[in-house]
Design a protein around this ligand. Structure first.
Ligand SMILES: Cc1cc2nc3c(=O)[nH]c(=O)nc-3n(C[C@H](O)[C@H](O)[C@H](O)COP(=O)(O)O)c2cc1C
Length: 307
């Protein structure tokens, strides 16, 4: 039985991809996740300059999923390139480098710098705030604007030869149009999607929102049906491969994403729920499913929900 897959020419031994921002802060952690069975690993999004992010609390398990407002803390691209070089050399699986910037030019600059580390793919986190406010509520998100997404994609494609995936936001009614714009501008893959919301969790004892940022992105099991629909929509309009991300916790969830049309499957919050062994477990669970349904490769059931 073959669970290997290929994203933009990059071969993965299985379809699981560590999602950006989850354990991807150092080469050691990326290598550990690779050792634990991930098909590929994505680093935490990095920017040109270092960012502190928001003060704690920045993340909460609210029962049916996570809510987070880390604030895109990262050491800046110079430090990130050092970690990425180590991870690319040692991890044994494809390393995807996630980047973000304040403008198309800055995206291109950060992408060009991380490309020095020779990641297998550069993921553009266009789903982060692009204005001075760090709040998703107040900040505008690039991924809401098809023209901006195309501009960013085009700017990066003009600077780097590494394949790129554009990571979209699910929080727009224009998702199909935006995915199409990214593909038309040269995206080699689409990552669908970033976290949902923003949402809010209030501590009823204090009457105050728990996160220091008050609002944050919602992820994990609660968002899976929403994420599957996003992946289904994106796959109905683009031909490039899609990394289906959102709420995948077990092998059946991964199968659902692939049936919606995904070529690989991002796994983020599930690392908190099932531990770092989640990648090997999802891999094994996909194989059990395939065995019991007579499937020999992922292609046998990819996008069957689209028919
Ligand atoms: C704690 C945390 C940090 C995250 N940081 C990033 C990030 O730096 N860049 C990014 O593109 N997405 C980030 N995400 C979004 C995830 O990569 C993923 O798209 C989202 O959580 C949905 O997948 P999941 O339900 O499997 O977690 C983060 C999510 C969480 C929970």
């Amino acid at each position: 039985m073959d669970v290997s897959t290929t994203i933009a020419g990059v071969s993965l031994r299985n379809p699981t991809v560590l999602a950006a921002g989850i354990l991807g802060t150092s080469a050691d952690l990326l290598c550990r996740v690779a050792k634990c069975g991930a098909g590929a690993v994505t680093s935490k999004s990095c920017s040109l300059e270092a960012r502190d992010g928001h003060p704690n609390p920045t993340m909460l398990d609210w029962g049916e999923g996570l809510i987070n407002a880390i604030g895109l803390s990262n050491p800046g691209v110079e430090e990130e390139v050092k970690e990425l070089k180590k991870a690319v050399g040692k991890s044994g699986v494809p390393v995807f480098a996630s980047v973000f910037g304040k403008s198309p030019e800055e995206f291109a600059e950060v992408a060009a710098r991380v490309a020095e580390a020779k990641p297998a793919l550069v993921e553009l986190n266009v789903s982060c705030p692009n204005v001075s406010s760090d709040s998703r509520l107040g900040g505008k998100i690039f991924a809401f604007d098809a023209k901006l997404v195309a501009k960013i994609t085009d700017a990066v494609k003009n600077r780097v030869s590494t394949p790129i995936s554009v990571k979209l936001s699910p929080n727009t009614p224009d998702l199909k149009e935006i995915a199409q714009a990214a593909e038309d501008a040269g995206a080699d893959a689409i990552t669908a999607c970033n976290s949902f919301g923003p949402g809010m969790v209030i501590d009823v004892e204090t009457g105050k929102p728990i996160l220091s940022n008050r609002v944050g992105g919602v992820s994990g099991p609660a968002v899976k049906p929403l994420a599957v629909k996003c992946v289904y929509d994106v796959c109905s309009v683009v031909e490039v491969p899609v990394i289906g991300t959102g709420g995948v916790t077990n092998g059946r969830d991964a199968v659902e994403m692939i049936m919606a049309g995904a070529t690989a499957v991002g796994v983020g919050s599930a690392v908190y729920y099932r531990g770092i062994s989640v990648f090997a477990r999802i891999d094994a669970e996909i194989k059990v499913f395939m065995d019991s349904h007579g499937y020999e490769s992922l292609a046998d059931f990819r996008a069957i929900a689209q028919q």
